[in-house]
Design a binder for this molecule. Structure first.
Ligand SMILES: Nc1nc2c(ncn2[C@@H]2O[C@H](COP(=O)(O)OP(=O)(O)OP(=O)(O)O)[C@@H](O)[C@H]2O)c(=O)[nH]1
Ligand SMILES: [Mg+2]
Length: 279
């Protein structure tokens, strides 16, 4: 699969091509929102093809240790309630790729699979933009061979990386989308490219309203109040105003620059500075 050829393919065709070529698939998800981060239609295609996949729960440095147990229970529940999932889900590894925490578990997962096979295997790595695919591959490779970036969708072409005599990895571009995700969910999963966002305030207000609406996401507001040292407010626009005031973000005629506040809030969330996680 040449780089140019793969660049012309549509995301759906590209991931299906990778599923067809790979012997085993690794899905990289952010530990802060594992269930929302899973690209379930791709998982379904993998299972349909009769192949197995593992899940790399990445960025564990951004959650409390006790929360990892909740994630373990979540996977156990999934296995119990979904027989197909139980059949094709090979296992998980909890890691922080950039902080190099628990990276041994990644090797354990891959080697467990390799041990069951005789020949060389190709492992397809996929996941939402910004989940840390390239960082995970760098860990496995042991040096910076796959480029990483905070910008969602940074890895453009398909990259092949050999990580051992018997394992070849395929890094996919960050173009996989969860078709069911709203704009707010794309911000929540850090997969929307906010650098290309022309109206950051509108997008962020939409995101904050979504977070305010649900019981399990509501305490994101506490995390924001804590992080910025502002009062806890249940109004999206007022939150942005408070942040703009706090950082003296001013636009023309001394108006508060809500776009800049929105961009800062989203960037801080993407970078893991705002402490919040959910299942
Ligand atoms: N805190 C933390 N940040 C991480 C970790 N792994 C990756 N990141 C950060 O997440 C951002 C995205 O990482 P990448 O490895 O480029 O993610 P990707 O999935 O390859 O992204 P695309 O190629 O855009 O799809 C970067 O800013 C990384 O530094 C981690 O374990 N902990
Ligand atoms: Mg990448």
């Amino acid at each position: 699969m040449s780089k140019n050829k793969s660049q012309k393919q549509k995301p759906e065709a590209l991931i299906n091509n990778i599923i067809a070529r790979a012997d085993f698939l690794l899905e990289v998800v952010d530990a802060r929102f594992v269930d929302l981060a899973r690209v379930k239609h791709v998982e379904a295609n993998i299972m349909k093809s009769g192949k197995k996949f593992g899940i790399v729960v990445n960025k564990i440095d951004l959650v409390d240790k006790a929360f990892l147990l909740d994630i373990k229970h979540y996977f156990a529940r999934q296995r119990l309630k979904d027989k197909t999932f139980a059949k094709y889900f090979f296992g998980y590894a909890f890691v922080s790729a950039t902080k190099r925490i628990n990276t041994k578990s990644l090797w354990l997962l891959l080697n467990k699979y390799v041990r069951q096979k005789q020949a060389q295997i190709t492992v397809g790595v996929f996941g939402l933009a910004n989940s840390g695919k390239s960082s995970v591959i760098n860990v496995l490779k042991g040096k910076h061979s796959a480029r990483t970036s905070i910008q969602a969708g940074f890895t453009k072409g398909v990259q092949l990386v050999r990580i051992s005599k018997r394992i070849m990895l395929v890094d996919t571009p960050g173009v996989i989308e969860n078709a069911n995700h709203s704009i707010a969910e794309q911000v929540l999963t850090c997969s929307l490219n906010i650098d290309k966002c022309s109206d950051a305030a509108t997008v962020c207000i939409n995101f904050l309203q979504y977070m305010l609406k649900q019981e399990k996401t509501k305490h994101f507001l506490d995390a924001i109040a804590n992080h910025y040292g502002i009062a806890k407010i249940n109004n999206a626009e007022t939150i942005l105003k408070f942040i703009a005031q706090k950082f003296r973000f001013l636009a023309k005629h001394n108006q508060l620059d809500l776009n800049r506040a929105a961009y800062k809030l989203m960037r801080d969330w993407y970078e893991g500075k705002i402490k919040f996680y959910m299942l």
